[in-house]
Design a protein around this ligand. Structure first.
Ligand code: ZN
Length: 195
């Protein structure tokens, strides 16, 4: 396999890019070596070298703990639990939530064989046990697996006497938070329902 074919094959593994889009993207990069290819290589090297997973919340950032965990201006008593970093980004984009996050790294799924030990649930329990958290928002989407995970967590966290809520049903079934428009996401957060 030559170099270009190899690059096309790697690019084709990215979400949203099939072989055809990968070929188009690679061709475009070859035509724009100075303007696009070189900056892309640099940006990828920077991300690869500097970005790490926050050991507190699971966010991706250049520092550990991440900028959100270190921000003293954010409400330490509210934790928003999300499945993935993409969901955290979506919530940060609407700039409505002023607490901190906990990224589970997925949701429970019998079909995919994902149980509690595959997710950052022990870490969440440790954070709650450490004290200071009074409210928990489960922002896990409206899929069956998301709701199963929310109920599982509500059960596990019951002994800690927290106010537990989940996002309101403005979230479309099967919807990932990142696909929601900002208005819908703000409404879902504001009208969150007690579990
Ligand atoms: Zn963090």
């Amino acid at each position: 396999m030559n170099d270009i074919e190899k690059l096309i094959q790697i690019m084709g593994r990215l979400p949203g890019l099939g072989p055809r889009s990968a070929r188009r993207a690679v061709l475009h990069l070859m035509k724009k070596r100075e303007a696009l290819l070189q900056p892309l290589i640099g940006a990828m090297q920077d991300v690869s070298a500097h970005v790490k997973t926050c050991t507190v919340c699971g966010n991706l950032d250049a520092s550990d703990p991440c900028a959100i965990c270190r921000d003293g201006g954010r409400d330490q008593t509210i934790l928003c639990v999300v499945a993935d970093v993409g969901d955290l980004w979506a919530l940060e984009r609407i700039a409505t939530f002023k607490g901190r996050y906990h990224v589970l790294g997925g949701v429970l799924s019998a079909l995919d064989g994902i149980g509690p030990e595959q997710l950052s649930i022990a870490g969440l329990l440790r954070r709650v046990e450490a004290g200071g958290v009074k409210e928990l928002i489960l922002a896990l989407g409206a899929t069956v697996d998301g709701q199963t995970t929310a109920h599982y967590l509500a059960d596990r966290l019951q002994p800690y006497n927290l106010a537990i809520s989940r996002l309101a049903h403005g979230v479309p079934v099967g919807g990932e938070l990142d696909y929601l428009d900002d208005g819908t996401l703000i409404q879902a957060l504001k009208a969150r329902q007690k579990l």
